[in-house]
Design a protein. Structure first.
Length: 243
């Protein structure tokens, strides 16, 4: 998982507008500050480590909250990447794991996980009557670099992160078209956030399983993963027709 990287902060704060993309960076007094982004349909907030954990804890049981994480594992000369998503719904908990065929960097997995979380939200909410849809979703990621790159898309992103970021942006726009605001929040990894820990466990389980079984055994399901897919991160698997 990506560890938080220090970023330039601003002395001013502005009220969030859910229809306009924004990124944020941690300030010394633990209040988020914001900078404008142009391509992402939603808000992004990065708090201090303590602030991020407190906010995550206060929304642990909130409906339409999604937790994402990426994992990387090396075995000999081979590198395995995977993404995990966890969220709750009326019937209980959902766990989605993805083994990435051509993902070689941890950030590939982190960005893929964010896109998978947004896809899960859009598919879940898309089945609801318009009157019953939530006004917003919350998505938590422990990768500041993935959130920052969503703001930069489509500029200056290497493949395959560029492709996956584009699909994530597309799913955020679909949610916005449904009248659902997208709130992205950074949460400190390896901390006390139960949701982040569960997403981490899903991603780590998939990388361990694939490093042992190999990608040719895609018909199997790693232990305790509700849904499992082997995917190519450069394909439009996040497209509108995907389920």
């Amino acid at each position: 998982m990506q560890q938080p990287r220090s970023r330039k902060t601003s002395a001013s704060e502005r009220t969030q507008n859910p229809t306009q993309g924004r990124a944020s960076s941690p300030s010394g007094d633990q209040r988020p500050t914001h900078t404008e982004a142009t391509s992402f349909s939603g808000t992004m907030t990065i708090r201090s480590e303590k602030g991020s954990l407190d906010f995550a804890s206060s929304h642990r049981a909130s409906p339409f909250t999604y937790w994402t994480d990426g994992s990387q594992r090396c075995k000999g000369d081979a590198t395995f990447c995977a993404a995990g998503v966890h969220f709750q719904h009326e019937a209980g908990h959902s766990y989605k794991g993805y083994a990435l065929v051509d993902g070689k960097e941890n950030n590939d997995a982190e960005m893929f996980a964010v896109g998978a979380g947004l896809k899960a939200a859009a598919l879940q909410i898309g089945k609801m009557d318009a009157a019953g849809r939530p006004g917003r979703i919350l998505l938590f990621s422990d990768s500041q670099s993935a959130l920052a790159e969503l703001c930069r898309w489509p500029d200056s992103l290497p493949d395959p992160v560029h492709d996956v970021a584009g699909f994530a942006v597309g799913w955020a726009r679909k949610l916005q078209a449904m009248g659902v605001a997208v709130e992205m929040h950074w949460v400190k990894g390896h901390g006390t956030s139960a949701g982040n820990k569960l997403a981490d466990q899903v991603a780590a389980t998939v990388t361990r399983w694939v490093s042992i079984m190999g990608l040719q055994h895609g018909e199997g399901v790693p232990y305790n993963i509700g849904e499992f897919e082997i995917v190519n991160v450069r394909l439009a698997w996040l497209g509108e027709e995907s389920g």
